[in-house]
Design a protein around this ligand. Structure first.
Ligand code: NIG
Ligand code: FE
Length: 396
């Protein structure tokens, strides 16, 4: 068995308990025993403890689900030399996904997104973030948040919902006008209907500024919602340092995070969200993962699942890319895909590690060593996914 420990973000690798180790849980799906297999309170019913590795279920704390429709032609265009920035605008990029979202029926959005949640389950994701951001109007953002809550209700996994209140400046609006409406109408209404747990802002020269982030942060805090930030993805805008100063749960992407940004994160309680699949897929500048690790900044690794920059939902794949792109060793990657993202989503008291009292959200890997996961990109290492004590996926 291999797991991280505790309820707080950590820069430490997960630890492995060798030998036959078992986990037992009660009828409510709460873990009641973790220890030597021969001390289990009852006969094991699942798995071969001496031949497989038990790890906590993966927690994917940065996705852009719900969305509907892919954008493979934009991917091809980028391979011909057109940049992500150039594709943004007109009917391309985020605006195109917003149009597809608006034109689709609720059932089309739910069906498309549910299929991706099932794919995530098969790859061991037992908790995740759902995020709005393809609404780009008050009405459609509220619809995205309500659909997220509906998805969360039926999903096998535990889902936390984030309102990406500032993703792109809607056509026909200005940056300032949109931020004002987001702060005075959207966020208060989302909080009133309890539709989201956190608020996110995309800080970038093609999106929103640090001032906008400050305004949204104040509105989020005023409504009792946590803050998340898309920071320094395409360029250095000082967003990582601002996220740290504003007490964000995480600053994500960080491709162009400066040494000052790294220092600010190290001095704060903000987790560094690294999204290696999106770096890989955009062929982007790698985030300063080495400096973050050297400064003991707790890292969360997530999929960033979205149709534009990361059409990837598999956490084993993300862990493989984190090894290849960011040199994150396997056992640090396990902390970064379980405990730390659980904290980012406000769920670490309930899940994210294999410890008595937490939910029995776990994955049985086919191999005895977790190091096999990044070693074989493209291969699904998950044999069984258990959520809240129930087997929700078993490889055929
Ligand atoms: O996290 N950077 C902003 N948002 C997404 C991409 C959205 C899209 O292209 O649809 C991201 O990379
Ligand atoms: Fe993102």
């Amino acid at each position: 068995m291999t797991t991280a420990h505790g309820d707080h973000p950590s820069a430490e690798p997960a630890t492995t308990t060798a030998g036959g180790v078992g986990v037992a849980w009660n009828d409510d799906g709460a873990i009641v025993y973790v220890g030597a297999a021969d001390g289990l309170p009852w006969e094991p019913t699942l798995g071969l403890p001496d031949r497989r590795c038990i790890v906590p279920g993966f927690v994917d704390c940065h996705t852009h689900l719900p969305f509907v429709g892919w954008r493979a032609d934009e991917f091809e265009a980028r391979l011909r030399g057109i940049s992500y920035r150039e594709l943004h605008g007109g009917d391309g990029g985020i605006f195109r996904s917003a149009r597809m979202f608006t034109e689709a029926s609720d059932d089309e959005v739910l069906d498309f997104s549910r299929a991706l949640l099932d794919e995530m389950l098969a790859h061991g994701t037992t908790a995740l973030e759902l995020k709005t951001g393809y609404g780009l109007s008050i009405e459609q953002e509220l619809r995205a948040a309500r659909l997220s809550r509906r998805l969360a209700e039926d999903a096998a996994q535990t889902c936390s919902v984030t309102l990406l209140a500032a993703h792109a400046v809607p056509d026909g609006s200005t940056r300032t006008d949109w931020v004002r409406s987001a702060c005075t109408e959207l966020i208060p209404e989302v909080a009133r209907e309890k539709l989201a747990d956190a608020v996110d802002v995309y800080v970038e020269d093609i999106a929103f500024s640090i001032e906008d982030l400050e305004a949204v942060a104040a509105a989020a805090t005023g409504s009792g919602l946590a803050l998340r930030v898309h920071a320094d993805q395409l360029g250095d805008s000082g967003a990582a340092a601002a996220a740290a100063r504003l007490g964000a749960r995480s600053a994500d992407h960080l491709n162009h995070c400066s040494p000052e940004g790294v220092a600010a994160l190290a001095a704060s309680g903000t987790v560094a969200g690294l999204l290696p699949a999106s770096t890989f897929f955009l062929r982007g500048t790698p985030a300063p993962a080495g400096a973050l690790r050297a400064s003991s900044v707790p890292i969360a690794l997530a999929s960033d699942a979205n149709p534009g920059t990361s059409p990837v939902v598999s956490m084993p794949e993300v862990i493989a890319m984190a090894a290849g792109v960011y040199e994150v060793p396997p056992l640090e990657a396990l902390t970064a895909t379980t405990l730390n993202p659980a904290w980012v989503l406000g769920l670490a008291g309930r899940l994210g590690t294999l410890e008595v009292g937490k939910r029995a959200d776990l994955v049985l890997l086919e191999d005895a060593s977790f190091a096999q996961v990044p070693y074989r990109p493209g291969h699904d290492p998950v044999a069984i996914t258990v959520v809240g004590g129930e087997v929700m996926h078993e490889r055929q």
